[in-house]
Design a protein around this ligand. Structure first.
Ligand code: NAD
Ligand code: MG
Length: 347
């Protein structure tokens, strides 16, 4: 039995994780958290809101699946990494923001960090076959793939929430429409696999069948394929290094062609901005993430337009002090300053 603590149990990933745990007698849920929705009785130990640290100390899980939304996932990520407890990470924002601090904690703790993000789970599996020369992340392109900048000015949250291939929480769905999700994923891949940014490629692949591809120095390229269903990477992370059965049907390779194209980073600036933030290092990725979180909430609330999201983030990256954070307190300050800058932009 693997004793699991599930952070963010009421969300899209959280609910699918509960399904995977229910279907596998080798997995046991010992603790669960949510941001605001009541979860009484879901696990022996549960908590709504607040810092999960004390709950985790009491639960003593062998594995933490962090499916919290946004920078709020930082405490759970650092708790597991610092103690060498296996971390199954869906909460990409914490790794993007904490970067080097998270890797240093993992080195001290000595535990496993298994990505749940589908592209990174794919890369993690392909990378077991050798030292990666370069990485390829696929992007569906979101609901606005093929549109020009002037066509995006008036798109509504409802239109942006209609993702073509994945059914996910609201924030990551908007991130997929702006390509910020892929931007966060480029930074996530950099920290997970230690590959420099110029060797992390993004290609648009509208049907989301190929999740990731690793190129090796001998010219071989190994890809990971499957239907877009998060229960596969969740199950992989919870059962690693074994594999467990899931209800996902076998892939039909004759169903249609697999198409790939270059992303339009002029129209979808969030991808280019993420690379800039990643290359700049320090707390620039933290600022990118924080500004994006605030801008996406404002877009969902109808306070700013779709194109204001990249504009606000670009503005923050230009004005923020991206000096490296020496500890979590400095990181939280950097996150807070970036949030204040965005809020000040429309105050
Ligand atoms: P969601 O909004 O559906 O669920 C988020 C969960 O986090 C909920 O349980 C919510 O109660 C909890 N939460 C929110 N704010 C919190 C706070 N301040 N403190 C504690 N808990 C809080 O989100 P989701 O789509 O499930 O995504 C969760 C994470 O997984 C995100 O980091 C996302 O990028 C990542 N992810 C999601 C998918 C997907 O298919 N949904 C795929 C890959 C990665
Ligand atoms: Mg992903």
């Amino acid at each position: 039995m693997t004793r699991i603590a599930l952070l963010g149990a009421t969300g899209s990933i959280g609910r699918q994780t509960l399904e995977v745990i229910d279907a596998n007698p080798a997995l046991e849920l010992v603790a669960a958290t949510s941001g605001s929705t009541a979860i009484d009785g879901l696990a022996p130990l549960t908590q709504v809101g607040g810092d999960p640290t004390e709950l985790l100390e009491r639960a003593q899980p062998e594995l933490v699946l962090n499916a919290t939304l946004g920078f709020a996932g930082l405490a759970g990520t650092m708790w597991a990494l610092e103690r060498g407890i296996t971390l199954a990470l869906a909460n990409k924002e914490s790794l993007v923001a904490a970067g080097e601090l998270a890797l240093a904690a993992r080195a001290r703790g000595g535990g496993l960090l298994i990505p749940v993000d589908s592209e990174h789970s794919a890369l993690f599996q392909c990378a077991q076959l050798g030292e990666p020369e370069s990485l390829v992340l696929t992007a569906s392109g979101g609901p606005f793939r093929g549109l020009q900048r002037d066509q995006l000015a008036d798109v509504t949250p409802e239109q942006a929430l209609a993702h073509p291939t994945w059914s996910m929480g609201a924030k990551i769905t908007i991130d997929s429409a702006t390509l910020a999700n892929k931007g966060l994923e480029v930074i996530e891949a950099h920290f997970l696999f230690g590959v420099p940014y110029e060797r992390i490629e993004v290609v648009v692949h509208p049907t989301s069948i190929v999740h990731g591809l690793v190129r090796f120095q001998d010219g071989a390229a190994i890809a990971h394929l499957g239907y877009p269903d998060m229960r596969v990477p969740i199950s992989y992370a919870l059962s690693y290094p074994e594999r467990a059965a899931t209800p996902i049907p076998a892939l039909d390779l004759t169903a249609g062609p697999l198409e790939f194209s270059e992303p339009d980073t002029d129209t979808f600036k969030m991808l280019a901005l993420a690379r800039e933030a990643g290359e700049a290092g320090g707390t620039y990725p933290c600022a990118y993430n924080a500004a994006n979180e605030v801008a996406v909430t404002a877009f969902l609330d109808g306070r700013v337009g779709f194109l204001d999201i990249p504009a606000l983030v670009a503005d923050v990256l230009e004005h923020v002090d991206g000096t490296e954070a020496r500890d979590l307190e400095e990181l939280r300050e950097a996150d807070g300053r970036a949030r204040e800058l965005v809020e000040a932009a429309w105050a």
